[in-house]
Write a protein that binds this ligand. Sequence first.
Ligand code: HXC
Length: 512
Amino acid sequence: MNKREILDQKMKEAQMGGGQKRIDAQHAKNKLTARERLDLLLDKNSFEEIGALVKHRSTDFGMDKLHYPGDGVVTGYGTINGRLIYVFSQDFTVFGGSLSETHAEKICKIMDMALQNGAPVIGLNDSGGARIQEGVVSLGGYADIFYRNTRASGVIPQLSLIMGPCAGGAVYSPAITDFILMVEDTSYMFVTGPNVVKTVTNEEVSSEDLGGASVHSEKSGVAHLTAANDLEAIEDIKKLLSYIPQNCEEDVPSLPYTINQEIREELATIVPENPNLPYDIRDVVFGIIDHDTFYEIHKNFAPNIVVGFARLAGRSIGIVANQPAYLAGVLDVQSSQKAARFVRFCDSFNIPLLVLEDVPGFLPGTDQEWNAIITNGAKLLYAFCEATVPRITVITRKAYGGAYDVMNSKHIGADMNFAWPSAEIAVMGAKGAAEIIFKNEIKSAKNPEQALINKEKEYADIFANPYRAAERGFIDDVIQPEQTRVKLIKAFAMLENKVNTLPKKKHGNIPL
Ligand code: HXC
């Protein structure tokens, strides 16, 4: 063979991964191959591969006779909708996509380039974990990746798609990245698999029940997004990318937008007359944002708070909204964690924050206290206090107790605070308040029941409105619901060049 033919031959081998039989096996499991996934993810003809000819260096267990160019991972760069990204795609057809020393080096190489050149990294994970034949060098390879994930955190977006097994310490690289999307039925994540679980705890559990997509999107919150198959997963991740800038120094993506009739009448009838009735806060979100632009994150986890990206007059914003339709929108351990993480992501990447507030307070009870609602609630408080991006709050109804402070109040640095006329801003609900502060009066009244009703009304008349807060300047304006969109467009435009720096420090100590 001449030199040109040798190269052609090697590239052909690299394209074939572990061979046709293993490719067929991958398809039989309803999974695409590493290269098929890249074809769908990246703009046509934009992918440039790096390291296609890399080979592993292990010699034990007959490995010196087994070589597949690329060593189980396809790495490189390309574009998605014209924007540069770096990517690795693990090839399950080669040693189960397991991570060898050289496989790790390839991933580290593109991570270093992404960091230096200020572009996102997307990881398509499909791997049996550490290459068992290699021992400690493969463990070291994982640690090299974890180190880079952490150094790059907050500098460039890092997105993980889990498209097959992800077990052992391997889960910690995705866990450090910004978003995890899992494919239903074909992916799972756990630190120790069902066999080890059985040995140690005698518990029998399937891979799916231990660490499948539904477990992690509903129970643990490890997965931010799920998709029905590889194709949907790839489309979803492209959409997510469209809301976020390339790096921490870039402005948020902005689409051209012509202002039309910005009054949204439908907002006027969403909050029920009876303050104890639920409504779906997403209807308020839809009423405010550009049509069809809401991209919800963590939809099935802690549904008492809703978080996600949207566009307002073409510009990306992050939304954090209490959800009165679930547990009356209380703040609890999980919803605080969910919102805190989202706020920190948005703040890292210059994405302005809109908070929609209807919160009766923190959830009481032993379960919450024993699971550290103090520390977890403080995470959300800290995340808002620390955020320097433009921050606007709209109180649609209840803003009670400590939750009033936490949910992006003026006192903790919000730039603009609006309230609808239906807002109630108080230490607690009128009934609870009356029972405490008028306890003796009610007890000694001829008709205690009627006395409670009277006192409840007295308290509500004074505090169940936004005007006391507006008199103090804690609320900048009380606005009609239908005006909300236009008020927000103007306020975010006014805040576009906001500069606010934190005191000089190495880093803060968020209550983790
Ligand atoms: C080397 C591996 C491998 C691994 C799979 N293979 N995992 N080779 N190292 N870790 C190989 C298999 O030998 C097989 O090769 C091919 O990949 C496909 O694997 P199958 O078992 O046939 O596929 P499947 O039935 O789909 O099962 C996939 C699997 C299973 C669930 C991932 O292979 C498995 O349990 N693998 C081991 C997982 C594991 O314990 N990894 C270590 C985790 S600890 P052939 O030639 O037969 O096709 C860890 C520590 C990291 O990762 C620490 C970081 C801090």
